[in-house]
Write a protein that binds this ligand. Structure first.
Ligand SMILES: [Zn+2]
Length: 236
């Protein structure tokens, strides 16, 4: 059913629903000013659009001026459909067309709005119903269920001495991809935290037990999810 709704919507509506989805995942509505900043549009046009999305049949957004916006069940289904298409496309671009992982996001942002439900279906089938995209982000399944692995912890929450492996990168932070590549931080890279600055949260770490110590700030560290290595027998 969400296919029918999704394919009748404009690109800009689809982008609004995705943006609201990402911002409200933790349960809090998003304000118009923040939404305007995210989408690089004027707050006035955000208010207009939100009213349109509320009036849509079925209603896609809940919006109250002083509380902000969140998605209805129908709006969430559209957002998840778009995220599924996006991540399937990224996986297809990498696996079948040989794109590097840092190139796929940009292309998928365009293609997600134009492929048909049939093409979405064929891509998923040809790839063998993949669970993850090239950034390690989970792909919503055919029922649009999204599995979030509770063992993947944002890098900014790790402490000195923690060791683990990089499992997921925030696929929307394109501007960081080249930087991650340049320091050798990719999916599967082993990471060991050597120091965490208690005042500003700056982290120092080594990758794959290399010689160079890397330093990043807490904001960038949020874009990296790490699975901690199991503690040794009788560990802390
Ligand atoms: Zn992407």
């Amino acid at each position: 059913m969400s296919e029918k709704i999704t394919d009748g919507l404009s690109r800009s509506v689809q982008d609004y629903l995705k943006a609201i989805y990402y911002h409200t995942r933790c349960g809090e509505p998003i304000g118009t000013v923040e939404l305007a900043r995210t989408l690089s549009v004027e707050p006035a046009s955000v208010t207009n659009m939100l009213q349109k999305l509320v009036a849509y049949n079925p209603s896609l957004v809940e919006y109250q001026k002083h509380r902000g916006a969140s998605l209805t069940a129908a709006g969430e289904m559209v957002a998840l459909r778009m995220i599924r298409r996006h991540r399937l496309l990224e996986q297809f671009l990498q696996e079948v067309l040989g794109y590097s992982w840092e190139m796929v996001h940009h292309e998928a942002e365009e293609l997600e709005h134009v492929i048909s439900p049939y093409m979405e279906d064929r891509i998923a089938a040809v790839l063998g119903e993949p669970l993850y995209d090239p950034h390690g982000e989970p792909i919503p399944n055919r029922s649009l269920e999204l599995f979030v692995d509770p063992n993947f912890i944002p890098l900014d929450r790790l402490q000195a001495g923690d060791i683990g492996r990089v499992r997921q990168l925030d696929g929307r932070q394109e501007e960081l991809f080249e930087y991650f590549n340049s320091i050798g931080l990719q999916l599967g890279t082993a990471i060991r935290i050597t120091q965490r600055n208690p005042v500003d949260g700056t982290l120092r770490f080594v990758l794959d037990e290399g010689a160079d110590e890397q330093v990043i700030g807490p904001k960038i560290a949020q874009a990296v999810l790490v699975e901690l290595a199991p503690l040794p027998e009788g560990g802390r």
